[in-house]
Design a protein around this ligand. Structure first.
Ligand SMILES: Cc1ncc(COP(=O)(O)O)c(C=O)c1O
Ligand SMILES: Nc1ccccc1C(=O)C[C@H](N)C(=O)O
Length: 407
């Protein structure tokens, strides 16, 4: 790929990018523009060594002693979920004891839905959600309803109509802040406030939010949330997920999967479940040490990152891509489905194209790795920690070449 013709104004943006140095913290394969960090984040350079240490030293040498080694300093394996939770908390506007790390986003969605229903207004049985929510959110709610003998109503409405459906019969609102297809970002603050005014408990899926831009769950007064460790948090394939439970619910919210690792004192081996303080009670079973180690290391890349700068760069990258694609959208059957309005955009840009699947196959062949989503969506994810405006330019030129070749 040539870099000679990158427009000066884009090079200038890169020259004054306060996050430019973060690119060096990632392994990015040569010859590839990777625009799928919203599905699987790139590999942070520190992770392989950390994994080797966790395997060879902590597991291989210290063996079972690692569960408690360094406990006084909070460095033991037992506390690893809590250490990771504290790092995620800063990114989502939570306090460390309001975040639990482990299991998948799907499992955590189940846990927080049960918790939400447990603190909902008595008598309310409706879960309100976006009809186009990510499948796992819909399926988990369906499964929970089946478990409860069909006593719930899963009310699915278009995202644009959600606010009109925040009525007094709704128990819980289950929404994904950034739509995985379109990249449309919901106003978490406003919707949470409206829901709370109706006595509705909010459950936010932050899969495409955490690590992409600042989220302020506490400031918004959100009740519960979940999110993935392997997307913008770069924790690696199948990384542990997180859940958020506002402190005010800790005492009353039921713990659906009350496992021994969420017990106040697991090695007391008591006969009855006494929840650990805070969100740790939602950590059901043995911490996934290897994958938690990778996520823990990956999160250190964020340690000194100003989240407002992260958001500003994300918007600059997506603005640039939309601008560069505009002439192509005029020549080819591409329809922008991502909002142009900053407040309504996550960190991705998507287009409809009648041959989206084939076009994405060609793009990936050409080293522009984005994603196809049914039925006709070309999706390009931008990760402010490791993308430059020059990458955005390469990507747009790649799209142009593929579309011209197909025409
Ligand atoms: C909005 C959303 N929720 C949840 C998930 C994933 O859940 P899990 O990690 O359990 O597969 C994804 C992506 O896979 C997603 O985009
Ligand atoms: N976990 C995965 C495993 C395999 C393939 C994709 C995923 C994704 O995360 C997809 C993503 N949630 C999306 O918004 O499309």
């Amino acid at each position: 790929m040539t870099t000679l013709t990158i427009p000066d104004h884009l090079l200038a943006l890169d020259a004054r990018d306060p996050l430019a140095h973060k690119r060096g913290a990632f392994h990015l394969p040569r010859g590839v523009v990777y625009l799928d960090g919203n599905s699987l984040g790139a590999l942070p350079r520190g992770v392989p060594e950390r994994l080797a240490r966790a395997a060879q030293t902590e597991w291989g040498e210290a063996l079972i002693r690692s569960w408690t080694a360094g406990a006084d300093a909070g460095q033991d394996w037992m506390a690893l979920p809590d250490r990771v939770a504290a790092k995620i908390a800063r990114l989502i506007g939570a306090r460390p004891h309001e975040v639990a790390v482990g299991d998948s986003t799907s499992v955590n969605t189940f846990k927080v839905l049960v918790a939400a229903l447990g603190v909902a207004q008595p008598g309310r049985r409706v879960i309100l959600t976006d009809a186009d929510n990510f499948p796992t959110d819909l399926y988990v709610a369906q499964g929970l309803n089946a478990l409860l003998g069909g006593t719930l109503e899963l009310r699915r409405v278009p995202a644009d109509d959600i606010e009109a459906h925040l009525t007094e019969d709704v128990a819980a609102l289950l929404l994904t802040q950034v739509d995985y297809r379109t990249g449309r970002k919901l106003d978490l603050e406003a919707i949470t406030a409206q829901a709370r005014a109706q006595g509705i408990v909010t459950v936010w899926d932050l899969a495409h939010s955490a690590g992409a831009f600042p989220v302020d769950l506490s400031g918004a007064g959100a009740d519960f949330a979940v999110g993935c460790g392997y997307k913008f948090l770069n924790g690696g394939p199948g990384a542990p997920a997180f859940l958020y439970a506002a402190e005010r619910h800790h005492a009353a919210a039921p713990v659906a999967i009350s496992g021994w690792m969420g017990h106040a004192d697991p090695f007391e081996m008591a006969r009855d479940f006494t929840p650990a303080p805070g969100a740790r009670r939602f950590v059901a079973g043995t911490p996934m040490v290897l994958s938690l180690s990778a996520l823990d290391e990956a999160l250190d890349v964020f340690a000194d990152v100003d989240l407002d700068a992260l958001r500003a760069k994300s918007l600059s990258l997506t603005d640039t891509f939309i601008d560069l694609m505009e002439p192509l959208a005029a020549r080819f059957p591409l329809t922008l489905v991502t909002p142009r309005e900053h407040a309504r955009r996550g960190s991705q840009v998507s287009y409809r194209h009648p041959q989206a699947r084939e076009v994405m196959t060609d793009l990936i062949q050409a080293g522009i790795i984005g994603d196809y989503r049914t039925p006709d969506i070309l999706r390009f994810g931008f990760t402010p920690l490791y993308h430059s405006h020059a990458d955005v330019w390469q990507a747009a030129r790649g799209v142009q070449a593929v579309l011209e070749a197909r025409a």
